[in-house]
Design a binder for this molecule. Structure first.
Ligand SMILES: *[C@@H]1O[C@H](CO)[C@@H](O)[C@H](O)[C@H]1NC(C)=O
Ligand SMILES: *[C@@H]1O[C@H](CO)[C@@H](O)[C@H](O)[C@H]1NC(C)=O
Length: 350
């Protein structure tokens, strides 16, 4: 054992971290993203679904214009990839090349949920979390071929970060409308338990496929999104739909317990629960937390309409999706909550 080397490496670590930032190596070699419209970057545009937004004003602030992202600029997945040090965005699974797939893929699909039926009747052929996991298993077959075998693939997959954003549509589309009209047999506790039971199976399936560093997003205050305010809110400018927020809060509490439980039960796995924008202490330049920046009539921005000019002052882009400014707040909070996944990455100095 060469002790002088060890001591040196201790002092060199901050320098190495600095150098890594300078030469632009990402903090982890790969990032896989699962989720709904908060992360979809173009998967839905190839599907028979009404949940697709490849038209202006969506993408008005994105370098490539409208791409299927449900916001004016970058979405949460884009910003997290940048914060992790990737020099380009993680491509949508629908069109990921062999060259790119070793850096990851984005399986996100607008309208999708934890439950297979979420989004189907409203939006058609969206990609549920179960189908996203099947797509990931197909990606692993490609990765295994590219790396020349299962051992190398397993090693590689264990070093990636997996970011999962699910549940928004199970509440906004599936549960809350039925809950408000008293047409559901489920209490908020029962519905949260149903989702968590399914989510637990899905997160274990991800672990079985080789994931070891998994970030699971909590849900934001859905009772404060413009859609909920317009449909069920009061005229009071300060209030949100608290029954909606309370239902989501029950899900978040259960999710925290699920994450702790998975960490206890699954060897070598590190799951983290990531917070989102409603835990922000400040909203920076954002002044308007209730109105949509774009013109909304029957769902989503009206195609070709002119959105607000001061987009960085709005939290919401359309009736459910944040602006890029809002995404920046959520993504930064999520990235910081993920620190145990990248900070614990062993750095091989020699
Ligand atoms: C697309 O979905 C709609 C509604 O679900 C259906 O009526 C239509 O036949 C589908 N189109 C194709 C090409 O599958
Ligand atoms: C992207 O993927 C979709 C669905 O798999 C496919 O229909 C489309 O042709 C692809 N586009 C390109 C440019 O590869």
């Amino acid at each position: 054992m060469d002790y002088s080397k060890l001591n040196l490496s201790f002092f060199l670590l901050p320098l190495v971290t600095l150098l890594t930032l300078v030469v632009g190596e990402p903090q982890v070699p790969c990032l896989f993203i699962f989720g709904d419209s908060l992360v979809d970057n173009g998967n839905n545009i190839h599907r028979n679904t009404t949940a697709k937004v490849n038209f202006l004003p969506y993408g008005i602030d994105f370098p490539d214009g409208p791409t299927g992202r449900f916001t004016n600029g970058r979405n949460v997945a884009d910003i997290i990839a940048e914060l992790l040090g990737f020099d380009s965005f993680i491509p949508p699974f629908a069109n990921v090349t062999n060259e790119d797939i070793l850096r990851g893929a984005n399986y996100g699909s607008g309208g999708a949920g934890i439950l297979d039926e979420t989004g189907r009747s409203m939006h058609g052929d969206i990609i549920s979390l179960n189908e996203q996991l099947s797509n990931h298993e197909a990606a692993i077959t490609r990765i295994t071929k590219l790396l020349g075998g299962k051992t190398a693939a397993k090693q590689h997959l264990g070093e990636c970060i997996y970011y999962v954003v699910m549940g928004n549509n199970d509440y906004l589309g599936t549960y809350l409308p039925h809950f408000y009209s008293s047409k559901t047999p489920y209490t908020p506790q029962q519905f949260a338990a149903l989702l968590i039971e399914q989510y637990s199976k899905q997160l274990r399936r991800l672990y079985e496929s080789g994931a070891r560093k998994i970030a699971v997003s909590s849900l934001g205050k859905l009772g404060c999104v413009p859609l909920e305010l317009a449909t069920y809110g009061s005229d009071d400018d300060a209030s949100c739909v608290e029954t909606g927020n309370n239902a989501v809060q029950i899900f978040n509490e259960n999710l925290k317990h699920l994450v702790a439980d998975l960490n206890n039960r699954l060897p070598d796995a590190k799951f983290v629960y990531t917070r989102e924008s409603s835990s922000a202490t400040s909203y920076g330049n954002i002044k308007n937390l209730r109105d949509t920046c774009c013109l909304v009539e029957t769902g989503g921005c009206v195609p070709g309409s002119v959105p607000c000019g001061n987009r960085f002052e709005y939290m919401f882009w359309d009736e459910v999706h944040p602006t890029e400014a809002g995404n920046l707040i959520s993504a930064t909070i999520a990235y910081n909550s993920m620190a145990p996944l990248y900070a614990s990455n062993p750095i091989d100095v020699w």
